[in-house]
Design a protein around this ligand. Structure first.
Ligand SMILES: *Cc1c(COP(=O)(O)O)cnc(C)c1O
Length: 377
């Protein structure tokens, strides 16, 4: 979107505003499919759970990774609306429940859909057996997260050395292990993590086969980096690494799926906020805007992300601090943004804020989340 278009929409709809461009989502999805043709794409809904995004991606042919019962129902209900004739067997093809730890109530509610769910320990297996015996299971492996913006392996995934025992345990209980999954950490710019994870998964699959259980699915998780800055290597480079490992390590008939979240939606959204106050503190110009880290900018806290602010105004830029609208001292959007001298009611905007931003916005301080506007739907 051009600066002019952003400005026009902000004037029309007011601030705080988040503009989601569905052309961008479709382009990211097409790029993923083009460079990873063997990989089925399950959008990780938690990155941005706007129903309009689920609909757009479903129409493009995507499947979905859900992390909770409400996310499962969001996807399920939209698929039913868009494809009323979809049969039960669409579930595995379209939805994976990839949160390894599930409350028993969720398992009970999911069982009738015969879902595909992940696990990484024996306690979870017993729960699945008891409350969702019709589920298919996928074992999540812990893999290297080195250099990723958000690590996941300290919370999820079994030690690869325990993997085969966990596969055998599932089969002994009468559950069927369909495959393996891993996640190299979110915004993974160190492609070596993927290489190591593929090698670990291939070794586990091989041993599982010699123990009598051939697995059919390899779920390579998320982590595909968004182009937040010029240091992120282009996606085709990562795709080349991934394709080479798949080719080298896995049989042709294995089904490969991925769960990109950030990659599909990060670049789709631009947020626009209004300057509501200004001050000089310790010699530095400070702006207060009508959004916050408890709202659209939540990724600063939860996602270790920065979103440089830009202005529609010309003029010499100087280093300034930008604070959110809430009464909390933690609510700092930036200590060092570069902006021209702004006045109250001037607008600022941030790009690439479509992943893990609005998704974790709250009502803190009584301020509701920013209005979300979908364009090019
Ligand atoms: C969060 C998550 C994803 C998406 O990760 P991105 O880094 O946004 O691609 C995929 N799979 C699982 C299991 C997740 O928890």
């Amino acid at each position: 979107m051009t600066k002019k278009e952003i400005q026009k929409l902000a004037k029309e709809h007011g601030t705080p505003l988040v503009i989601v461009d569905h052309d961008e989502i479709r382009a990211n999805y097409a790029m993923f499919r083009k460079y990873l043709p063997r990989v089925q794409c399950y959008f990780a809904v938690k990155a941005n759970a706007e129903p309009a995004i689920v609909k757009t991606l479903y129409k493009e042919g995507a499947s979905f990774d859900v992390a909770s019962l409400p996310e499962f129902m969001l996807v399920y209900d939209n698929i039913k609306k868009l494809s009323p004739k979809a049969q039960q067997d669409f579930i595995w093809d379209k939805i994976i429940y990839a949160n390894p730890t599930k409350p028993k109530e969720t398992l009970l509610a999911l069982d009738k859909y015969k879902p595909l769910v992940t696990y990484d320990n024996v306690t979870e297996l017993h729960k699945i057996k008891k409350y969702a015996p019709h589920a298919g299971v996928v074992l999540r492996l812990a893999v290297s997260n080195t250099g990723s913006q958000c690590e996941l392996s300290n919370k999820f995934g079994c030690d690869p050395g325990e993997a085969v025992d966990l596969i055998l345990a599932a089969f002994r209980m009468g559950l069927v292990v369909e495959g393996l999954s891993f996640h190299v950490g979110s915004q993974c710019t160190n492609f070596e993590n993927f290489v190591q994870a593929f090698n670990t998964a291939a070794a586990v699959m091989k041993e599982s086969k010699t123990r009598g259980h051939e697995l059919k699915i390899l779920d390579i998780g998320g982590g595909f980096p968004a182009p937040y800055n010029k240091h992120v290597k282009p996606f085709p480079e990562l795709a080349r690494v991934i394709n080479a490992e798949i080719e080298r390590l896995f049989p042709k008939d294995i089904q490969i799926l991925a769960e990109p979240g950030r990659f599909l939606v990060a670049t789709s959204a631009t947020s626009v906020a209004r300057v509501i106050g200004k001050a000089i503190r310790n010699g530095k110009r400070c702006y207060y805007i009508d959004d916050s880290v408890y709202h659209t900018f939540s990724g600063i806290i939860f996602d270790h992300c920065q979103y440089p602010l830009q202005s529609f105004k010309a003029g010499k830029k100087e280093v300034c601090a930008v604070f959110g609208q809430t009464c909390d001292g933690l609510d700092v959007i930036s200590q060092s943004d570069l902006l021209p001298n702004l006045e109250v009611d001037d607008l600022v905007y941030a790009e690439n804020i479509g992943a893990y931003g609005s998704a974790s916005a709250t009502y803190f301080n009584g301020f509701p989340p920013a209005k979300v506007l979908h364009v090019n739907q």
